[in-house]
Design a protein around this ligand. Sequence first.
Ligand SMILES: Cc1ncc(C[n+]2csc(CCOP(=O)(O)OP(=O)(O)O)c2C)c(N)n1
Length: 349
Amino acid sequence: MAADSENTAAAAAPDAGARVEFDLHLYYQMKLIRAFEDRVSRLHRQNKILGGVYSGAGQEAIVTGTCAPLLPGDFVAPLHRDLGVFLMMGVDPGRLMSQLMGKESGLSRGKDSFLHGGDLEHGIFGSTSMLGSSLPIAVGAALKFQIKREKHVAVAFFGEGASSRGDVHEAMNFAGVRKLPVIFVCENNRFAYSTPLEKQMAIEDVASRAEAYGFKGHVVSGNDLLEVVQLSERAIHRTREGGGPVLIECKTYRYRGHSEHDPALYRDKEELVEWQSRDPIPRYEFYLEKRGHDVRHLRESIDERTQKVVQGAVDFAENDPLPEAREALEDLYAPANPPGLPGSSNGKP
Ligand SMILES: Cc1ncc(C[n+]2csc(CCOP(=O)(O)OP(=O)(O)O)c2C)c(N)n1
């Protein structure tokens, strides 16, 4: 979990014991995200989820690897497929499931689906529907960190489809000019809804655009957790220390349709099989095996743990009440005198 100090300590000082703990923690998180999303897809078919479900199955290594090196106080703007970001940043799985079911304890107290639910306590901005529009928000957060001399970073996730929008260009250009502490993470899963990559981009790599904004762009396999986390650790550290923005493009593949209602008949089944054979979980298990772990045993015990957590989240959300009608008008506007601001009367009239 990103906001988790043990994780950060392991990232900063990789002695053997801490490295093992960190490796296993990443494995657990990636498996938890997969199990949670699988369950959400099933719950959707049972009509228990409020709004659309945009599965990130197959893309778990990206959110796991890029959120792992983050510290408390950092800011993250996920895309619509990034349920895993919430789990990585330490959001309680029960509250997250309540958000998906539109229940009282959800992040927006039943006022929205997953799509727009954020959690600023955990540094997560709730996505807007306009693709790419969260990048200028992340850049704004980074500008605040720079002005206040806070050693935090902002991370903006976006798809290769969103990368063709003007907001993305403006955000990257401004970040480059001001050398802001922001990391742009492109999850290139080869499809923007039904539009394949080659029909919406004339170049091979989104990462090559970074040069035009005056910072570095990297391409990694988004299905290789080790590669993602190693690059992210270096990039986040450099950006935190004043090195300016960076763009990381993670090549991956979307396993399911754009959302659960989309059977994705427009794509080649062979392509899906090829990408599933590069699944991030067995790939990381191979690494763990090479590190001397008994992977079969590990997989069994982690599966048991993740199933318990997911079932606990479902039980919590199913027992959580729906909000009362009178609450519909609460939490709509920021308080006139937000606590903690200069001249504020701490929210008192
Ligand atoms: C400005 C804008 N155009 C179109 C849409 C409709 N739309 C929602 S998601 C999506 C595909 C996004 O593709 P990508 O950015 O690659 O992310 P992915 O869904 O593949 O993770 C589209 C076209 C939108 N929400 N906003």
